[in-house]
Design a protein around this ligand. Structure first.
Ligand SMILES: Nc1ncnc2c1ncn2[C@@H]1O[C@H](COP(=O)(O)OP(=O)(O)OP(=O)(O)O)[C@@H](O)[C@H]1O
Length: 216
């Protein structure tokens, strides 16, 4: 199993109640899953645990056969670099790098930069005329397409996307979402998508709902 969560709980030190109360989840290689839930239900928290950006209070989080729970921040980051790609709502591009530099950034960190593959992604995402521009010179939809290219250029086995089209108008969001799904599917990666949109969730293989700290 590419992703395996067993009885995962999360209690923030400053909070009285747990955000996650025993989440168990398996995601197979190549599977595309939507995670929905009310605001504050813990969707981003769960995604952060899967991506190794934070640690669980108890339970097991295993990515590609590696249990993240005993690892420190650096250990989790090492697993993430080689296996997991994250796409955020706010794009999170590096302002001082060009589009080409941003696309290559994560693949370089992961030690797998391939100029031909990066160019191919730029072509499919309609970015070849913008490669020498900087993020601030791009529209929101273009910036998110750069973020998608940057993530996929590192050839992750698992893509985590937190409201990736939440900052875009509906027409742009639909186009970017369709392109993201097509490219993730072609890459063979699995996708865990956090979304408020039932419409977008309906387009994926499987849907799970987070409520009261549990998945159903
Ligand atoms: N670092 C933190 N410290 C303390 N509490 C936190 C922290 N991060 C999140 N929380 C709390 O945990 C709960 C779940 O937050 P989370 O961001 O995971 O929810 P969400 O479902 O992603 O919400 P939204 O849909 O609004 O983005 C919320 O009550 C939030 O206030």
């Amino acid at each position: 199993m590419l992703l395996h969560l067993q009885d995962v709980t999360k209690i923030y030190p400053s909070a009285e109640l747990p955000v996650l109360r025993g989440v168990t989840l398996d995601v197979a290689a190549g599977e595309m899953l939507a995670l929905t839930g009310e605001s504050g239900s813990g969707k981003s928290t769960l995604l952060h645990l899967i991506g190794g950006l934070d640690s669980a209070s108890s339970g097991t989080v295993a990515v590609n056969g590696v249990d993240l729970t005993p690892l420190d921040d650096a250990g989790r980051a090492a697993v993430r670099r080689g296996t997991v790609g994250v796409i955020f709502q706010q794009f999170n591009l590096i302002p001082s790098l060009t589009v080409a530099g941003n696309i290559a950034f994560q693949a370089r960190l992961a030690g797998c930069h391939d100029a031909g593959f990066a160019h191919d992604l730029a072509l499919r995402l309609g970015l070849v005329d913008h490669l020498t521009r900087y993020p601030e010179q791009l529209s929101g939809g273009q910036q998110q397409r750069v973020a998608i290219a940057r993530t996929l250029a590192a050839r992750p086995k698992l893509v985590l996307a937190d409201e990736p089209t939440g900052n875009l108008d509906e027409a742009t969001a639909d186009a970017v979402f369709a392109l993201m799904c097509e490219l993730v599917r072609d890459s063979g990666a699995a996708l865990v998508l956090v979304t408020h949109s039932g419409r977008l969730a309906a387009r994926l293989d499987r849907r799970l709902h987070l409520s009261g700290g549990l998945l159903s």
